[in-house]
Design a protein around this ligand. Structure first.
Ligand code: SF4
Length: 265
């Protein structure tokens, strides 16, 4: 996979379907025969589903077995982070190092920007939860076991396993700068060994939400315009799911941003 916008779209389409996600989850455990997959997900359109995964470069056939490709393994690795137990304090944690940085794919929302994967060591496990107050725009998600930090247009997700993803990054240089900045902030808190004092969260207003909406004024959500929808969203008079155009894969990063912003309301 070269990560061209067309390939990114193939991957998004392939993973947009629950049956194909289930097949991918089975393949993470081990290679499977078609019969095994059919028993788990049913035979209806199985060939079609497998073809979609193959076209996206996520899975392949080898000696009569369905297997994950290297790209598929890498893709699933970044999707399968597990929540970790929360710790009470930071004392005893080794200072962080950035051990790996790789550009993965162009961002779906803007193909001139990148989605980056990095690794930090040591993994912070449940201590990540304690770091949420360090950042004016951050929240810890118990569901995925990750700290999600918003820094301007960049969304940084630090997983308890040590993996870090960043969206809307302009260059490798910018990625390194952002990671270094994060590392400094977190290492300072580790050196103090205590839970940081909560910072006041930055308020979210409708203008900020508006910039991440499709801004087509299509009225599918039942509002006159995207701006009106943003106002009602901030006022909690509607919900984000009513803007169905946002579900299009090209708005995936925008949707991620809006969901993060709504947490701060
Ligand atoms: S459905 Fe979404 S894109 Fe269409 S007007 Fe409403 S907010 Fe805008």
């Amino acid at each position: 996979m070269t990560g061209s916008p067309a390939e990114v779209k193939l991957v998004s389409n392939a993973m947009a379907n629950a049956t194909r996600r289930k097949i991918m989850a089975m393949l993470v455990e081990k290679k499977r025969t078609k019969d095994e997959i059919e028993q788990a997900v049913g035979g209806s359109m199985l060939d079609y589903h497998l073809q979609m995964l193959q076209q996206a470069g996520l899975a392949d056939m080898s000696e009569g077995m369905v297997i994950l490709t290297d790209f598929g393994k890498n893709f699933m690795e970044t999707k399968s982070e597990k929540p970790a137990e929360a710790k009470e304090e930071l004392a005893g944690t080794r200072p962080l190092q950035v051990v790996e940085l790789r550009q993965l794919l162009p961002c779906i929302a803007d193909s001139s920007k990148f989605r980056i994967i990095a690794r930090i060591d040591p993994p912070l496990g449940g201590s990540l939860k304690l770091l949420e107050p360090l950042f004016p725009r951050a929240r810890y998600s118990d569901r995925i076991g990750a700290l999600i930090i918003q820094r301007g247009n960049i969304l940084i997700t630090i997983y308890s396993t040590g993996n870090v993803t960043m969206t809307m990054i302009k260059s490798e240089e910018e990625a390194r700068e952002v990671l270094e900045e994060l590392k400094e902030i977190i290492n300072k808190a580790i050196a103090m060994g205590v839970t940081p004092v909560p910072r006041e969260k930055v308020k979210v207003d409708h203008a900020e939400i508006y910039q991440y909406l499709p801004r087509t004024d299509c009225q599918v959500c039942g509002e006159q315009s995207c701006y009106a929808f943003a106002i009602r969203l901030v006022g909690r008079e509607t919900e984000i799911g009513k803007c169905t155009p946002l579900l299009d894969p090209r708005y995936a990063t925008n949707l991620e941003h809006i969901r993060t912003l709504l947490e701060y309301l």
